[in-house]
Write a protein that binds this ligand. Sequence first.
Ligand code: PEP
Length: 228
Amino acid sequence: MRKFIFAANFKCNQTRAGFNSYADALNSWISDEEIIVFPPSCAFLNRNLRFLQGAQNFYPCQNGAFTGEIGLEQLNEFGINCVLIGHSERRQILGESEEFLRAKFEFAKGQNFKIVYCIGESLETRESGKTLEFLGAQLKNIDLNYENLIIAYEPIWAIGTGKSASKAEISEILEFISRKTSAPLLYGGSVNLGNIAEIYGINSCGGVLVGGASLDAQNFINLIKETK
Ligand code: PEP
């Protein structure tokens, strides 16, 4: 069967109680699907999960004086060995620079963590015709040969807007990235029940990173079912 990753990014949504019920629903439905869920860190669960629990964010440290952050010690308590790095909301809203993202990447790589590394262009960059150049520069920041790397292509203009990139746009970019790395390539940006089948049909696409449409467990399960 084709390997296809379904990753859910809850962002600043869900509570621990809510995620616990979500996990019950996913645990009782899942068979051999590869699913990663990124809850907010205050909702991490320490229980049997039949999917991978990942961290949306961390500070590249064991522990220490980094107010408001979590480090390796906190991730280890929940057995977390998968992290999201480079999401456009952290780049843009929280001001994470390429240099800081590289530090996070190197730290997570040093732990042999699975890394879902996000890249994506703004509408302005797309309209200036410099998308490939821009994405190529973003990719230069990390080790593309890292064995536990997954890359998520998420055009910023498609995130949370209800306007997904087209099949042709996704294919062009994923093919461009696949010439640089053999890492699985995800697409993210307004993936929903209505477009998942088409996205699944893109050969170079190894999965999806889903925000809004992943927040309700049944909706996320229905979305996965659309690929069967
Ligand atoms: C995301 O947050 O990575 C994302 C793709 O969000 P949405 O699916 O809501 O566009």
